[in-house]
Design a protein around this ligand. Structure first.
Ligand code: FUB
Ligand code: ZN
Length: 648
């Protein structure tokens, strides 16, 4: 089964640059191996269990009694309930199950997914329309509120699920269902007379249509994705017209203006990341896909500026973003509070997607570094080590009251992080006509294609706990092409060799990648040694709360302190310039070691909140664990930004 069908109008289409391989092309072990196994053995089933227990299958299956409204409309927004995007939760859960089936055949899981797919098949209208909310709970209202009601977003997630399930099983049923629906959407939406010039308030369908186009080879899905991207934010504003049609005042909008949905300006004019975080990163992912697929350079200035705005002024050290619970998104530059950080798991997942798609324009460390940061920290933290519990918001400091949920009234994050973990191999590599890129290091084996020949690329490594990586290349035919290996921006130094002969890294560096062009032969082996000391990162002075503090990072992993290792009162612990870190075995962290260093603990001598005297201090051993692994042992405080005394 081809992961990327060729397009019908190939000649008219500029050549795409780097595309990620499909999930089944990459087998992942090492650090991610057990996490993928946990998703396959546990989470994939748990997601279906909980979706079904919530009533989702009752809503989808026309042969079951209609469950009616199970989740009340939101206060202050009488048109929205999270129940209207249940299809998206099923879509992501099916996608997770599909990746689980790559990892391990599981007839029970497959039968459960088939049952859901068959229910969707029975639900689908003659004309292809498919949305369980609008067919069963609010019939008659379809396509009346694109701004708030997630109709196209639902379709997008189901398309992604359908593509993944087709690749996993070879079964076309869901893919055909969703292709029919996409065809219907393409009739309803478009620039022609009688069509709607609308787009979704929650971007997602754009990137999904690109995946559908890649799987089916149908150019028209790319065209539709491009239409949605191009229409966004145009005047007259579709959401205003639509609100008036509903008899509502367009200004009477919960989120005040169109920044919330990133439709305040046409996308090519956008320069600042604003509004709802997940929406933003999904939109930018779609834009990057369109830029890659159509060779559309006009999207690049916006994408570059948006990327810079996010990463230079609005990104948590964990790769999370969107500090505010109010809009689940952005506020103002350098507003990166720790204890109240929203930093939704889905936003970090979406940032992985966006960064990955920016790599479609060619290997560039700026994107891969952020992809890795978001993946290992802000996203991975969303899934408990046993695969059964999920974080929605991700503070960088907790007084002990923040814990993973078994489920959520808005369960967007659980299947999002699960599908990311189970498909992580696809983010590790990129393939183009003339090159292969290794974006992420992980024990893995990838079957790729370059320069008209099949190539197996494998990595041997203990990364992220060790910086040595051996990359072995096995081309079917000896051809000339370029292998690009990321040189992480956080690395103090990297040395490399090719078949045992040292390589001059700086002479061969391009955009932060070691770039080796040659006629590759079976058994060629590149070895990297990436220096990864424990770093104490300081924050820009404009992030006031972090001044006098450091975040601990080793390799791609950000660490945090937990009460269970350090006792209560984490803000009384202080690192010094003399603190030296060692590794230590630890239980309950899924095999990850802890960092340990000497510092001191402070105590105010007085009775009250404030005192003029210097605090008393005593020596203390300070232990830190990977941020992704926190809240898997005894409950308690957590802290990322640790106080540090500078040498006088
Ligand atoms: O609205 C759908 C999803 O639910 C969003 O992406 C999340 O932020 C949550 O609101
Ligand atoms: Zn979410």
């Amino acid at each position: 089964m081809n992961s990327h069908a060729s397009f019908n109008r190939d000649a008219a289409r500029p050549k795409a640059k780097f595309r990620p391989p499909a999930v089944h092309q990459v087998r992942v072990g090492g650090f991610f191996g057990p996490r993928i196994d946990t998703v396959a053995n546990t989470t994939a089933h748990t997601l279906l269990d909980r979706c079904i227990a919530a009533g989702m299958l009752d809503q989808v299956d026309p042969d079951r009694p209609n469950p009616g409204l199970k989740i009340p409309f939101q206060t202050g927004n009488d048109t929205v309930t999270t129940q209207m995007f249940w299809d998206s939760d099923f879509g992501k859960s099916i996608e997770t199950a599909a990746y689980a089936l790559f990892a391990k055949p599981d007839p029970t899981l497959e039968a459960r997914v088939d049952e859901v797919i068959e229910a969707y098949g029975r639900l689908q209208d003659e004309n292809g329309y498919l949305n369980s909310w609008y067919q069963r709970i609010e019939p008659g209202k379809r396509w009346t509120n694109l701004r708030d009601c997630h109709e196209l977003y639902d379709a997008g997630h189901m398309m992604e699920g359908a593509v993944a399930y087709y690749h996993a099983t070879g079964k076309r049923r869901f893919l055909d269902i969703m292709a029919r629906y996409a065809d219907h959407i393409a009739e309803v939406f478009g620039p022609n007379e009688g069509q709607k010039r609308g787009y979704c308030g929650h971007p997602e369908i754009e990137l999904a249509l690109v995946r559908l186009a890649r799987a089916t080879g149908e150019q028209r899905y790319l065209d539709l994705a491009r239409f949605f991207v191009n229409e966004r934010g145009q005047d007259p504003h579709y959401f205003d017209i639509e609100a008036a049609r509903r008899g509502r005042d367009p200004k009477d909008y919960h989120f005040a203006n169109h920044e919330y949905t990133q439709s305040h300006e046409p996308v090519r004019e956008q320069r600042h990341v604003v509004g709802h975080a997940v929406r933003a990163a999904y939109l930018y992912s779609g834009m990057a896909d369109i830029s890659t697929e159509f060779g559309d350079e006009t999207l690049k200035p916006a994408l570059e500026a948006l990327w810079g705005h996010l990463t230079d002024k609005n990104l948590y050290v964990t790769g999370g973003f969107g500090p505010s619970a109010h809009n689940e998104g952005l506020t103002f530059d350098y507003d990166l509070p720790n204890e109240t950080a929203y930093a939704e798991t889905c936003a970090a997942v979406a940032l992985v997607f966006w960064a990955n798609r920016m790599l479609g324009l060619g290997p560039d460390r700026r994107y891969a570094d952020v992809m890795e940061r978001a993946l290992y920290n802000g996203a991975l933290v969303g899934l408990s080590l046993d695969g059964t519990r999920f974080f929605y918001d991700n503070p960088l400091e907790s007084r002990g009251g923040h814990h993973r949920w078994t489920w959520h009234r808005c369960p967007c994050c659980p299947p999002n992080i699960a599908r990311l973990v189970a498909s992580v191999g696809t983010y590790a590599y990129g393939e183009s006509e003339d090159g292969i890129a290794v974006h992420l290091f992980c024990q893995s084996e990838a079957d790729l294609e370059v320069s008209g020949t099949k190539v197996r690329v494998s990595q041997e490594t203990l990364y992220p706990f060790d910086g040595r990586v051996a990359v072995r290349v096995e081309p079917e035919t000896e051809r000339e092409w370029t292998l690009s290996l990321r040189l992480p921006g956080w690395a103090r130094s990297v040395t490399a060799s090719l078949n045992g002969t040292p390589v001059d890294v700086s002479a061969n560096e391009r955009n932060g990648y070691l770039t080796l062009r040659r006629i590759w032969q079976p058994g060629d082996r590149v070895e990297l040694d990436i220096d990864m000391p424990v770093e104490m990162l300081r924050a820009d002075p404009r992030i006031g709360a972090n001044q006098g503090r450091v975040a601990l990072q080793r390799g791609p992993l950000v660490y945090c302190l937990e009460e269970t290792d350090n006792g209560a009162g984490l803000n009384s612990l202080v690192l010094t310039s003399q603190s030296r870190f060692a590794y230590e075995e630890a239980d309950g962290l899924g095999g990850a070691p802890r960092l340990v260093a000497e510092g001191f603990k402070e105590r105010l001598s007085g009775q009250g909140l404030y005192a003029a005297e210097k605090p008393a201090r005593e020596a203390a051993t300070i232990r830190a664990v990977p941020y992704y692994a926190w809240d898997n042992r005894a409950e308690g405080e957590m802290l990322v930004w640790v106080r540090r005394e500078e040498a006088q």
